[in-house]
Design a protein around this ligand. Structure first.
Ligand code: DP6
Length: 385
């Protein structure tokens, strides 16, 4: 997956661009056992969404700094200057530490080589845009931060021979981002067997906390690609008047871990791993009704532990609940639709193509839904363009 940055002779700058999809967890990640290294308390399993419908596109440029001026570090997100968070800074620092220098080419075969110390004297400009509403609970951090971590690692020529390391870089930006590196279904392995095992050697555990594509038979994978339809209900914020969530997931999961007794039981019984194993079986067996039931129960469990958090955290709003009720009615004669909701109020619906119109019709008459995006599984994870 490695690439050679583009060299612009006129400006003496180097650049590289990538795109990355969002992913939605079917078995939820909620809680960390190490805040800085972002080691999750449990493994999770996600589905990648087609980049044609929802993705982040990120360009990174290294530009020579004018004589006497300080090198700049800038982020332009959706056309507006944005702040460089400490997590983004830590990814950049890691790249600067690890780089052995860069070689770039232009179209005519001219080459520019910069060593590691020269790279530090260049300004780094990050320009990122999403083809959907940012920070709306539509998992923009998963696409944006996986894209940034990947494209930076390529720009700095870091870890060409260790594909798994990309997932470590992406994780540093946002845990769920590491699952956007692959298409299809993806498991983020927490990297240790039991909570007690996470003792003194968290750095070693960090190396093992990796995302990998779920391995299904070719036939089963194609069946899901060909038959599964995904409807994303973009829910109106109502009185809240903003798509921004009240409690960011990073804070929310921390308070849940500190205060929820239900969460403790979920971890002790290793329910997430149990659900991952069951779900992987249903995926291989192409069993939509069982896939649907487990997906809905997992989503419910996330919101149950949020309610059990003290003080409680609410992510769903009235419209989200109406969508769940409508899905439950549609499932009266057997499951034809599944819902999944992350730390926001938007609802991801999964149905087989043959039922897409029925599900869409039932949902589109509900008040409070701004838009229903019809999409499908993404075959590709992050990629250079
Ligand atoms: C509810 O990945 O946003 O979407 O690692 O702190 O950045 P940080 O959290 P983040 O959490 C996502 C939580 C979730 C469930 C999931 O995606 O698995």
């Amino acid at each position: 997956m490695s690439a050679i940055p583009k060299y612009d002779r006129a400006t003496k700058s180097l650049s590289l661009t990538a795109t990355s999809p969002i992913n939605i967890a079917l078995v939820k990640y909620w809680g960390k056992v190490h805040e800085q290294l972002i080691i999750p308390a449990n493994s999770s399993l996600s589905i990648t969404i087609d980049q044609a419908d929802l993705c982040s596109k990120t360009k990174v440029e290294l530009i020579p700094t004018a004589e006497g001026a300080e090198p700049q570090l800038r982020l332009v997100l959706n056309g507006k200057e944005d702040k460089i968070t400490s997590r983004i800074r830590s990814i950049i620092e890691l790249m600067r530490e690890r780089t052995q220098g860069v070689r770039a080419h232009d179209d005519q075969g001219h080459t520019l080589t910069l060593d590691a110390s020269e790279l530090r004297t260049h300004s780094l400009i990050i320009t990122s845009e999403n083809n959907f509403a940012t920070a709306s609970g539509l998992a923009s951090s998963s696409s944006g931060l996986s894209c940034l971590a990947f494209v930076l690692s390529q720009l700095y020529g870091v870890s060409e021979s260790f594909p798994d390391e990309y997932t470590k870089f992406a994780r540093l930006g946002s845990g769920s981002a590491c699952r956007s590196l692959y298409g299809g279904f993806v498991q983020w392995h927490r990297g240790f067997q039991a909570i007690q095992e996470l003792t003194e050697d968290s750095a070693k555990v960090s190396d093992q906390s990796l995302a990998r594509a779920v391995e299904l038979s070719q036939e089963s994978m194609e069946w899901w690609y060909n038959n599964l339809s995904i409807l994303i209900c973009v829910v109106n914020p109502g009185d809240a008047q903003t798509y921004q969530k009240d409690v960011p997931s990073t804070d929310g999961m921390k308070i849940t871990l500190e205060t929820s007794e239900l969460m403790k039981l979920r971890l002790e019984a290793d329910l997430a791993q149990k659900h991952i194993d069951q779900l992987t079986g249903y995926l291989e067996e192409r069993d939509f009704p069982k896939f649907a039931e487990l997906t809905m129960k997992e989503s419910n469990q996330l919101h149950a532990v949020c309610l059990d958090t003290y003080p409680p955290i609410f992510y769903m709003n009235e419209t989200s609940r109406q969508i769940i009720k409508t899905a439950t009615k549609l499932n009266g004669q057997g499951n034809i639709v599944a819902y999944s909701i992350d730390a926001g109020f938007h609802v991801f619906l999964f149905t087989l193509k043959e039922n897409q119109v029925k599900v869409h019709e039932a949902m589109s008459v509900l008040p409070g839904i701004d838009q229903i995006i019809i999409t499908r599984i993404g075959r590709e994870g992050v990629k250079l363009i």
